[in-house]
Design a protein around this ligand. Sequence first.
Ligand code: UD1
Ligand code: MG
Length: 450
Amino acid sequence: MPVSLIVLAAGLGTRMNSDLPKVLHHVAAAPLLHHAMTAGRALDPARVVVVAGHEAEAVTRSAQAFDESVQVVVQEPQLGTAHAVTTAAPLLAGAAGDAIVLYGDTPFIRPETLQAMLEARAQHAVVILGFQARDAGRYGRLIVNGDRLEKIVEYKDATDSERAVTLCNSGVVCADAKTLFDLVAQVGNDNAAGEYYLTDIVQIARAAGLSAGVVICDESETLGVNTREQLAQAEAAFQTRARAEAMENGVTLTAPETVFFGLDTYVGRDTTIAPNVFFGAGVTVESGAEIKSFCHLEGCHISRGAVVGPFARLRPGAELAEDVHVGNFVEIKNAILDEGVKVGHLTYLGDAHVGEFTNIGAGTITCNYDGVMKHRTTIGKRAFIGSDTMLVAPVKVGDGALTASGSVITQDVPPEALAISRAAQQNKAGLATKLFDRLKAIKAAKSKDK
Ligand code: UD1
Ligand code: MG
């Protein structure tokens, strides 16, 4: 049966104290919204609708950057979670199968948990995801009778004995799409908050003779982000899990607590990662690579046998083929380095292609930006770029060519040619000694004056 996803993301998140809507704050180099959508994507949903409200344009851009087939509906004003689901109804009119409601600010629900909810639908018309809370705080409470869910009471509306219940509502709901929209259409706002509560569908369903049930997950999955402190806790929780998973998958982490992964980081087995390495969005590392300490990696691909760092920065579009060596204080952006390229020290390669087995000397810079436009540098195979070469793009260096150290290369270098472009050296006999004597005399005269 097809599944539809409804991701609620209209809230401002007042307690974040931010101009940015809450769901666009990052954990593991990805907006919270993308975490929720990643869990949902594992179900291969036929349709995904994001309910946006505050900063709806930015939320729409972010949702569609994740998956351009996502539909976004704007909920204005925001009258509560049931109202949010109602807003999504026209986009899912006639959708067959089940719908799952997720929150954009709850990043860690596992796909397996959502799958368990779909399976529980065989017994119940409405399935709610609950958890045993260590501190139930202001969560909605699940009032159960045997394996049946009687109702959900919001904290604000709960009696003392209901507040004593520790089985809490995560917010995730699963029901047949048509049933869900029928139920939310009947929700009123006669409660302490004056809001349309999605949680009210449980009682409405029961009154209509439909059964409701609970799937229970670990509290760590339902961690919601409401404050910057919880954002940091979510980051820590994500990293703890990602490090353990990487090690289980055969990656060596010398000091796991100092390595930070992104939501979509992929690292192949038998890769070694030294202390203090940061993975931003969009990094893939093949098996058997080595990442040395203090590297910052984003939007790049590192192939088998490559060695990166220490202190390397790979920016979006950096692609390292097999056995490439990138050493300390090297920055690479939008550049392809073919097999066996060595770029050992103090270099910037941007908007470039470097052919196989070429050696890039220390201090080389591709001067790719003229202040207005970016230009490409193309270097052939088995070339040798001398130390401190400035490659003023657009420029090409042919296969097997050599540039002399300190050269400023403004014209293409033919294959196998040597390009030299620097002032000729002059040696002036004895001039160093004369100069130093004069400077010493000036210094001595000055100190006598004082
Ligand atoms: C909700 C649940 C509560 C549960 C808790 C778990 C209701 C009535 N209560 O409470 O039982 O324990 O989550 O965290 O559902 N949103 C919209 N439009 C709106 C209102 C909210 O899109 O009009 C979105 C928010 O952006 C957020 C989510 O829905 O992503 C939940 O809303 P929130 O206001 O945080 O609900 P809680 O009071 O936490
Ligand atoms: Mg909340």
